[in-house]
Design a protein around this ligand. Sequence first.
Ligand code: ARG
Length: 577
Amino acid sequence: MADPQHVLTQRVQSAIGAAFGSEYADTDPVIRPSQFADYQANAALALAKRLGRKPRDVAADIVAHLEAGDVCSGVEISGPGFVNLTLDEDWIAGRAQELLTDPRLGVPRQESQNIPIDYSAPNVAKEMHVGHLRTTVVGDALARVLEALGHNVVRQNHIGDWGTPFGMLIEHLLDVGEHSAEAELLTTDPNAFYQVAKGKFDSSPEFTKRARERVVELQSGDAETLRLWRELVDLSKSYFNRIYAELGVTLTDADLAGESMYNDMLPAICDELESTGVAELSDGALCVFLEGYTGRDGSPLPLIVRKSDGGYGYGTTDLATVKYRVETLHADRIVYVVGAPQSLHLRMVWDTARAAGWLPENVEPVHVQIGNVLGEDGKILRTRSGQPIRLMALLEEAVERATSVVAESRPDLDGESRAAIARDVGIGAVKYADLSVSHDTEYVFDFDRMLALHGNTGPYLQYAAARIRSIFRKGGLDPREATGPIRLGEPAERDLALALLGFGPAVRQVGDTLEPHHLCGYLFDLAQTFTSFYERCPVLKPDDPAVRDSRLALTAATLHTLVRGLDLLGVRAPERM
Ligand code: ARG
């Protein structure tokens, strides 16, 4: 076990049990990083209250019973009763050495849960915007991390592929011709297609009438209408897939589980809610009134599951997602990576599902709230003319800007290599910007900041990895052959080895909190720790071959960790930069 905090927790916990008896044996020793040592145990203060003794005496008792000679080189009582713990150099070296041959790099394998994860969810024949970008990027990183921790992740791309707009979209498709250039627009600029259809819907009563009739045919399952609907969905799918390929996200057609998939479940859902009394009719609409949900004026706020015209809403479909994910996917945890404004909606859906008995107590739904991405004016990011930003255009601009960064840093490379690097850097920068802040914070989209080669950015970490690769190239060495043994002498070597032990815990923390920024912060710290190490400790030059072997091994372990960490975030690490 390479996680020092975990090891120290076990050891101090045993000491507490030995000192104060079995009823104290599961006390959390509260091991935290310390300013004065590597870690400190803070449990003595709370224990002292329970025991009615002085905290310093309690701490002394813990220390007297602590068996940690192999792990710690120093154990000291400080302040009111903290136990400062300094890790033994050989212990750290031994754990770092184990990481070198561990393909998991210390990432724990957890008891496997079934985890459906709902993310991306763009809408057919509409633009994918920066909000969809952020759920796609965050969701994909979470899927990768949860998989790495040993879970059975089921990606669910809940695309918007059903509803009344399809009447007008189908009629417009017929007007322009299925094989026309206008129809092709759906694969390149779907919003343009949508806007024309909407324009006609708003201005031509004849078109509006056709569109409405088409909705009815769609709902009644008319074969030709369904074929046209599928055509629209397929064209949109190819657009989504182009974006996914550009982004390097793991979503495929097999992960599509759109709104239309749940159609057949909706009538039964309403019937059951009505017959069990969870829902009631109110002004012709079938509504669920839950305790604790009121509107601004204090009146009860319903979740409408069937409108008075018989149509179903977003809430009904999401109830179906809960049912499907529990009953068919056997979910232990259900993750919804969805915009923060949907929070009330999702809570009402889950409470309704609980009331209906579809969401058992032991299944935990989680809303990973996605915050807005803002423009420099502090409002939701849009083009100058007020249109939503086209995602493809945004990604193209990122790559274009990265191209000039790389042209400056690597004029020696040929154009083709530079273009490949620029792609990784530009896309990596945009993705990392979404990941390095809490998923629910709003942030201002700023190309200059995200592409900077300093600070907590994707390019900084990519550069750190590329620089390590160049050290090995310079030495004519292969990082996979740098196997140590690791020996620690200089403080900077010790710091780096200790930092490497933090990878597994950082990945676990992302799995627990569903916050990828913990991993970003960890990798950023690691890269900085490596820089300090590299400034103080020559890697290729030492005369003593043992020192050189050890430093090369630490350097290689840093590279493996950076590359694997970026990979878990879905960010590519180019060989050269
Ligand atoms: N398609 C929706 C949108 O673009 C997001 C759907 C999120 N997922 C869900 N299960 N509600 O806003």
